[in-house]
Write a protein that binds this ligand. Structure first.
Ligand code: NDP
Ligand code: ZN
Length: 358
């Protein structure tokens, strides 16, 4: 079957031919429809995550997928059902551990999980893959084209849940939010904040692009206010616009982690999602510390998501305006042209590799 992989000691994605995987007992065979690409895939290609599956000499890419149950193989799954796979699995050679047993694999520390398509396990960018049913979430038939977005949206569902939990000891009635970053994760999160059931009235999104730009168009069409960090640094957002009840960082620009505290309103909460590389710079630690304490602010980091957050993401995606997915998915590529799906450029927001249609 066709698979898109990166080989050990190489740093480019390529089409390879590998056998169709045999489902083990308790596993089903899935037929892949679409697999989305994000920044993490680029890091895997660059070798930043390391940890290829043992002995294979290559890593099949892709962690954002939508697929169809091809062969239920005696499991309770229904053949033909549309599903989205979760990312984390117990480490190779182990069946489970306490994090998976609790349904909280997203809270497992390093060494207690592998991530399909990212570290230690093959991903979903192939015509078929296998999985246990407990790592598959059913999605409606209407999700065939955009169901792969359930994974990134679930990451933000987790961040929202943790943000609310951190403010649950008092009456928190948030109205304003800023998303730092107009990449795919930032735009999806802004769309979540702009749904009709969201309590947030005023949402902002930070970028560093000149108009005209498709991400700025999406921000404004969603109803958000575009903030250009070249004119308004994060530390000045509170003064120029308003103090924010919620800051969601998705730039991976390390200074934003600290400037988030300045952007927050009293009693506000900042969620850090970006994954920066090492960078040393000066921070006024005293002011940061004081500001957090005297204004009852919270700051936390968040990665990955659990099963319930996948389910929440499905409901959330149903609320997205119809035009959003069309504007957001800027390229659909065949496996043969998959290399082009990994190219960045003006006008590229989200690309997908399509193996099959429903
Ligand atoms: P991208 O790198 O595509 O998006 C980052 C965006 O932030 C880009 O549009 C970039 O603008 C913008 N940006 C960067 N620095 C600045 C700045 N100084 N001022 C204004 N805008 C800036 O990544 P994704 O959207 O895919 O993901 C966002 C981050 O979240 C990444 O670090 C990623 O690794 C991480 N991530 C974390 C997850 C988690 O579970 N914690 C899940 C998925 C992703 P431009 O394009 O113009 O350069
Ligand atoms: Zn991702």
């Amino acid at each position: 079957m066709k698979a898109i992989a990166v080989k050990t000691d190489e740093s480019r994605p390529q089409l390879i031919d590998v056998p169709v995987p045999e489902p083990k007992e308790g596993e089903a065979l899935l037929r892949t429809l679409r697999v989305g690409i994000d920044g993490t895939d680029h890091e895997v290609i660059r070798g930043n995550h390391g940890g290829f599956p043992e002995d294979d000499g290559y890593q099949i890419l892709g962690h954002e997928a939508v697929a169809v149950v091809e062969d239920s193989n005696g499991t309770a799954l229904e053949e033909g059902q549309l599903v989205v796979p979760t990312v984390r699995r117990p480490p190779a050679g182990t069946e489970t551990n306490r994090y998976f047993e609790r349904g909280e694999p997203d809270m497992a520390p390093e060494g207690h999980y592998v991530e399909r398509g990212i570290v230690g396990a093959h991903g979903y960018m192939s015509e078929f893959f296998t999985s246990k049913p407990e790592f598959l979430v059913n999605v409606p038939d209407s999700f065939a084209k955009f169901g792969f977005l359930v994974e990134p949206v679930s990451n933000s569902e987790k961040a929202f849940e943790h943000a609310y939990a951190s403010r649950s000891a008092f009456t928190w009635e948030p109205e304003s939010a800023v998303v730092l970053g107009n990449g795919p994760l930032g735009l999806l999160t802004l769309a979540m904040l702009e749904t009709s059931t969201s309590p947030f009235d005023r949402n902002y999104c930070l970028g560093r692009r000149d108009r005209p730009d498709p991400t700025v168009d999406i921000i404004e069409r969603l109803g958000g206010t575009y903030v250009d960090s070249r004119d308004t640094p994060v530390s000045e957002i509170a003064a120029v616009h308003e103090p924010m009840d919620f800051v969601y960082e998705a730039t991976g620009y390390a200074k934003h982690a600290f400037e988030t505290v300045d952007a927050l309103a009293p009693n506000g909460v900042g969620a850090l999602l970006g994954i920066p590389s090492d960078w040393e710079f000066e921070v006024d630690g005293g002011s940061l510390h004081r500001n957090l304490v005297l204004e009852n602010k919270a700051l936390f980091g968040s990665v990955n998501s659990n099963y319930e957050q996948y389910e929440a993401a499905i409901d959330r995606l149903k609320e997205f305006p119809e035009w959003f997915v069309d504007e957001f998915i800027t390229g659909v590529y065949s496996p043969e042209n998959a290399e082009a799906a990994f190219e960045d450029g003006d006008g590229v927001i989200k690309t997908v590799v399509e193996f099959d249609t429903r």
